[in-house]
Design a protein around this ligand. Structure first.
Ligand code: ACO
Length: 330
């Protein structure tokens, strides 16, 4: 059953590190090739933060852009929700460091860990905060420095990931029809070991031994993740469309998580959405996890493919496993 939107997107902002790492660059230190990476993933290059480029810097830049576009000052924010698996430090949250950098002194600030669909989860959290009536202006971010948890000696994962940050301001819907029409969020923790980091948590703290075994980096069963991603993203699209009471044919722009061109194509095919309506920029940034959807949205806006009032579908899948989709009247 469709319903009137509660929360609407008001401004987008993005930031990526300046350093571009191409497939050929990776081929110098890994047994891989531009041809293999392009054929299997669609990725041509990614951004990698330098050691002194923090996630706080990237999220601050993205947030300032989003706030400017929303015509809002940081002091007007009621909440900041950062979706990330790569905060600058384990305590306090990335959101608190961002809050301090922005001077958003009225806001409640906290992180959520939902991996690649983090931006979709954050939008759902923001919608809930706004629905409560106690919060009006909510800044959400999907932001990652995946380069810090990528094993640069493992060709099966190193070629896939990149760094970046995306931000959006959400405010109460104004009754013009624009806003979030449906949200579908799902997880299955039983499949955690297919994509995870073995060491560094409370149960397996970092030691010289597990660092030597490279346990601080992401481990992934690529083929299993691929299959699960296609299945779950298809299901999420179906459910978000059903909840919004709209059909796939009505979707004007489809913005899937940018992990792998083959996953994107399979998901679009499942939902009967032609590739002409699909936003793809995986070739430029690789998989930036929670940042991937806002980076794709911002590029679509820049290219004139995303305009106010358009009906769009966002979908993502990632570690957890977690997955989710949302239908938005932009
Ligand atoms: N360069 C060259 N060869 C490689 C590389 C590489 N970078 N990586 C793996 N290979 C080799 C393998 O060793 C294997 O060789 P073998 O046949 O001699 O054993 C061969 O290529 C095929 O490997 P597969 O893993 O079966 O290749 P596949 O076609 O499944 O592609 C990939 C691998 C790209 C990782 C794919 O499984 C995938 O994209 N999975 C989803 C991963 C993902 O996106 N995870 C991110 C989080 S979840 C999400 O965001 C959706």
């Amino acid at each position: 059953m469709s319903r009137a939107p509660i929360a609407a997107f008001r401004g987008l902002g993005v930031a990526v590190p300046s350093q571009v790492v191409t497939n050929d660059d990776l081929s110098k230190s890994l047994d891989t090739s531009d041809q293999w990476i392009v054929e299997r993933t669609g990725i041509r290059e990614r951004r990698v933060a330098r050691a002194d480029e923090s996630l706080t810097q990237l999220t601050t830049e993205a947030s300032r852009m989003a706030l400017a576009r929303a015509g809002m000052s940081a002091a007007e924010l009621d909440a900041i929700v950062v979706a990330t698996v790569t905060p600058d430090r384990r305590m306090p949250s990335q959101a608190c460091d961002l809050q301090a950098a922005l001077g958003a002194n009225r806001a409640a600030a906290f992180d959520i860990i939902a991996a690649c669909p983090g931006f979709v989860f954050a939008a759902g959290v923001a919608e809930g905060l706004i629905a409560s009536g106690s919060y009006k202006n909510v800044l959400i971010l999907g932001a990652e420095r995946l380069s810090t948890i990528t094993d640069w000696q493992d060709r099966s994962t190193a070629v896939l990931f990149g760094d970046g940050a995306g931000a959006a301001v959400l405010t109460p819907a104004t009754g013009d029809g624009r806003g979030i029409l449906s949200t579908y969020l799902k997880s299955d923790g039983r499949l955690a070991e297919l994509l995870y980091i073995p060491a560094g948590g409370g149960m397996n703290p970092l030691t010289a031994e597990n660092v030597n075994d490279r346990g601080q980096y992401m481990k992934m069963a690529g083929r299993e993740v691929f299959k699960a991603a296609v299945r779950a993203m298809g299901e999420a699209c179906d459910e978000a469309l059903r909840r919004a009471g709209v059909t796939a044919e009505e979707i004007e722009l489809f913005v899937p998580h940018q992990a792998n061109l083959r996953i994107i194509e399979a998901t679009a095919k499942h939902s009967n959405i032609p590739m002409s309506k699909v936003m793809v920029n995986v070739e430029r940034y690789g998989n930036t996890s929670a940042a991937s959807i806002p980076l794709a949205l911002a590029q679509a806006e820049e290219e004139g493919r995303l305009k106010p009032g358009m009906l769009i579908l966002l979908v993502a899948f990632g570690a957890g496993f977690t997955w989710g989709a949302t239908v938005v009247r932009w």
